[in-house]
Each structure stands twice: as structure tokens, then as C-alpha cells.
Design a protein. Structure first.
Length: 347
């Protein structure tokens, strides 16, 4: 089948590190145009693509089928609506939008136009998260009672970036939290209610740089936590069940490999360091077992595999727009909970 004719609406970090390489190395896509308003970061990296300066150039190109909306978060809603009205399928960088009502408007318009909307929740294909899913599904822990997810960094300074400025969508909850919330909802669905602590801990920070969100489910205690002031990191995932525990440290290697210019191909792509394989410690029938669990290979390319199969062969979308809208609903509720010091009921 003919490759999907694709345009990338921005070529900052997400275009350089994620969308550009993943699309360029996928035979099902052809990058036709890349929008860069002032720079030329894409020059020479995508031989089949032309560089354009105006978004309208992408919208009016009748051959372009898919536009990647990977612009700053506050532009996602406006540009998604414009692309859909122009008859284009869209992939939106996370977070989907800044308000749930904006996400719902995009979803409604896409349905009206019979067009695809998906959100780039690539960390569903982190090797560590895929391994967590496998451990849970195999029942090694018995009945899962506690799930804790961390995404911590050490950045004790303020970057020169729109993400550090006072504006809707800036801050670590929208940036990192959208990944972690999506993973939790992917595992457990929408919680009954939540309680959150969201704050700025770095001196001079204008935006939140630390969050703790307690997602309440009937059978599972769930905590997602992120901070910019964690120098000595603990486990990335902490799971406890009636038969034992699973702990996994480290971070999926794909982002770093892409930053270093490696192509997302080969049998070793997404392979974890054996030194940080997860530990499964269980007890059943009075017998203890403690062993390392090899991490599944991460595979961000699987996201675009699914987009291709959906658009060309009608496969079910892996990341549905309604799921991405639920992430924004959780983020809004977390801010309200932190601001008012209250529990927010979601069902």
C-alpha cells in the first residue's frame, strides 16, 4: 500500500527526537513537509521532506493525509481543529489539550469528519511498563493491592523554556504527569476519586515541579509521583500483591538512544541494561522465591505501526482520543484537589 503522506507541524525536541526518526524509519509513512517557522533543524535529516514556514501550507496540501501536531501544548487545540477542518488525520503530542472541553471538541469534530485522532502516549511502549503489565497479567503477585509509579529527575535550576513560564499547560504535571496518568488509566481505568499535592519546590520556579496524585480504586491503592528534585532515585515502579512484590528501577533507554542519533531498528533496540532488571520477590505455599525478571524490549515504533494499520487496514486504535481526554480530566482534577485541599470524585 502507498505510504501515508505525513507532515510534522513542529521540529523542536519532539520532532527531532521522536516523530522525525520514528516516521523516517517506518516504511508505512512518507514525511512530505516539516513546519519550522524560523529555524532549519530538519535540514538534511529527511531527504523527502520540504521545509515550510506556515501551518497553512500543510493544511492546503491535498496530498497530505496526516499531520503530527507536536507544537507547544497551548497550540494543540487550535491547530488540531484547523487540521481536522482541512480534512487531515492527526496525531497530537501529549498532553492532548489543556482542558477536557477542548479535547471533547476535537473528538466530536473528528467523528463528524470521519477522521482519526490519536495522542502520542509513547510510554505505553516503554520496556519497563510493558514488563509491569506482563507481571500483573501473569498473576505472579497474586491479587495486586498497591501500584506506585515514579518519574523523577534532578534539575535544580530553571530552564529557559516556555515550559518554565507561567502559562496554562506549563509545569511537570502536564509534561511528565500525562505519561504516568495514561499508564495508570491503561492498567486500571478511571478511578473513583483522587487526592493530589502539586507544588513548586525549586527556588524561583514559576510552575509546579513536584506532584503526588493518589488515584483511588476499590481494590488497588495507586500513587503516581514526579519531582525535579530527586538526585538519588529509587525504584521507578513499586508493586505489591497478596503473593509478593515487584520493583523496577531505571528508565527505558529509547529516548536517550534517539537523542544520540540511533535509529529505532534492530533486534537490540529498546533492550534494557540487565543490571537494572526488575526484582520479583514472592511467597506461595510457604516457599520463597526472589528472582530478576528480564525487561521486555521497549518499542516506540509500535505506536506508528498501529497508526498505519488503523488508517490503511482499519485496525483498532491503541491510543484512543477518549482515553487521552481522560488524562486531561485527571490533570484538571489534580490541580483542583491541590488548590482546594480536597478529594475530587470522578465517578
Amino acid at each position: 500500500m502507498k505510504p501515508i503522506q505525513t507532515a510534522i507541524a513542529s521540529y523542536g525536541m519532539s520532532g527531532i527526537v521522536f516523530h522525525g526518526p520514528l516516521l523516517e524509519n517506518h516504511t508505512g509513512f512518507e514525511i512530505r513537509k516539516i513546519l519550522e517557522r524560523h529555524r532549519e533543524n530538519s535540514a538534511g535529516k529527511h531527504p523527502g521532506a520540504s521545509l515550510v514556514r506556515e501551518f497553512d501550507n500543510l493544511l492546503k496540501d491535498s496530498e497530505i493525509e496526516l499531520i503530527i501536531i507536536n507544537t507547544p501544548d497551548y497550540l494543540h487545540h487550535e491547530m488540531s481543529v484547523q487540521a481536522l477542518k482541512a480534512g487531515k488525520h492527526i496525531v497530537v503530542e501529549k498532553p492532548f489539550t489543556l482542558r477536557t472541553k477542548e479535547a471533547e471538541e476535537i473528538i466530536s469534530l473528528a467523528k463528524e469528519k470521519d477522521l482519526m485522532v490519536s495522542v502520542f502516549q509513547n510510554r505505553r511502549w516503554d520496556g519497563d511498563f510493558m514488563t509491569v503489565k506482563k507481571v500483573i497479567s501473569e498473576g505472579s503477585l497474586g491479587r495486586l493491592v498497591s501500584f506506585e509509579s515514579h518519574f523523577d529527575r534532578f534539575r535544580n535550576y530553571i530552564q529557559d523554556s516556555w515550559k518554565e513560564e507561567v502559562s496554562l499547560g506549563a509545569g511537570t504535571l502536564y509534561n511528565l504527569g500525562s505519561h504516568m496518568i495514561d499508564q495508570a488509566l491503561h492498567l486500571f481505568g478511571m478511578p473513583d476519586y483522587l487526592y493530589a499535592d502539586v507544588r513548586a519546590q525549586r527556588k524561583g520556579s514559576k510552575v509546579d515541579d513536584t506532584f503526588d496524585i493518589h488515584l483511588h480504586y476499590k481494590d488497588v491503592k495507586c500513587l503516581v509521583r514526579g519531582s525535579y528534585l530527586v538526585k538519588e532515585q529509587g525504584p521507578r515502579y513499586i508493586l505489591h500483591g497478596t503473593h509478593g512484590s515487584f520493583l523496577k528501577s531505571g528508565l527505558d533507554p529509547q529516548e536517550q538512544a534517539l537523542k544520540e542519533g540511533h535509529k529505532p531498528v534492530g533486534d537490540d533496540w529498546g533492550a534494557d541494561d540487565p543490571a537494572i532488571y526488575g526484582i520479583l520477590n514472592t511467597e506461595q505455599d510457604n516457599a520463597d522465591s526472589r528472582k530478576t525478571i528480564p525487561t521486555l524490549h521497549g518499542n516506540y515504533q509500535a505506536y506508528y505501526d498501529n497508526i498505519y494499520e488503523h488508517l490503511r487496514n482499519g485496525a483498532e486504535l491503541s491510543v484512543k482520543p477518549g482515553e487521552a481526554a481522560d488524562v486531561i480530566r485527571i490533570i484538571e482534577a489534580a490541580y483542583e484537589s491541590a488548590d482546594k485541599g480536597i478529594t475530587i470524585r470522578l465517578k
